[in-house]
Design a protein around this ligand. Structure first.
Ligand code: MTE
Ligand code: MO
Length: 207
């Protein structure tokens, strides 16, 4: 163990081959053992007095929760992989928070709601098909590996959509808008893919 640092490159390569063999490393990706921080703009500060979580649009029941109310929702734990379009993947992240299906059960999307625009602090948005949110391992995470999210990783709350590129895993999330038609979010307006499946290499709108 004393020399483990010397072998970290080998360790990374070994794990990368293992993930590739298991079909868990999408094409064009390489494994990272670190946890890079990646976002547009500055890290917003959390102001509980002005924070709410708001769901609107084509739902049977709109929803507005304070931070306290959000934390009273039932909690789940999910372990999943994370793939950034800039070509790094991070495996076996343990997230805890509120299942997306818990939110869906409360807001009851209308039959014509097929897309969701995810809204975050500072106007960041990402669009995700509703079918991609209605999955067991999609959650609104407050913790990673048992610790509260750090501010740069999305404190107090982020969305985790592990089967899509990580720009859809919106940090500092504040709510959802349910729509009948797909509406491009921040990166999607800048040429990124409307869905973003890493296993299909849906990086850009031309892919
Ligand atoms: N609000 C917000 N969420 C965001 C982003 C952003 O710019 N703003 N960047 C996305 C991108 S491109 C990636 S790869 C992941 C990175 O998450 P991490 O910094 O926790 O590794 O956050 C995503 N969520
Ligand atoms: Mo990313």
């Amino acid at each position: 163990m004393a020399f483990s640092g010397m072998f970290s490159g080998d360790e990374r390569k070994r794990k990368e081959q293992e993930m590739r063999a298991e079909g868990r490393l999408p094409p064009g990706q390489s494994l990272t053992l670190k946890w890079p921080v990646l976002h547009y703009g500055a890290v917003p500060s959390f102001d509980e007095a002005h924070w709410d979580f708001h769901v609107a649009g084509l739902v049977g029941q709109s929803l507005t929760l304070t931070w306290k109310e959000f934390n009273q929702l039932p909690r789940v734990e999910r372990i999943s992989d994370f793939h950034c379009v800039t070509r790094w993947s991070r495996f076996d992240n343990r997230w805890t928070g509120v299942a997306m299906r818990e939110i869906l059960a409360r807001v009851k999307p209308k039959p014509e709601a097929s897309y969701v625009l995810v809204h975050a602090e500072q106007g960041y948005t990402a669009n995700v098909p509703l079918a991609d949110l209605d999955r067991d391992n999609v959650l609104l995470a407050t913790h990673h590996d048992g610790e509260p999210l750090t501010p740069d990783h999305g404190y107090p709350l982020r969305l985790i959509v592990p089967h899509l590129y990580a720009w859809k895993s919106v940090k500092w999330v504040r709510g959802f808008e349910f729509l009948s038609q797909d509406q491009a979010g921040f990166w999607e307006q800048n040429g990124y893919h409307m869905r973003g499946d890493p296993f299909k290499e849906q990086r850009f709108d031309t892919d």
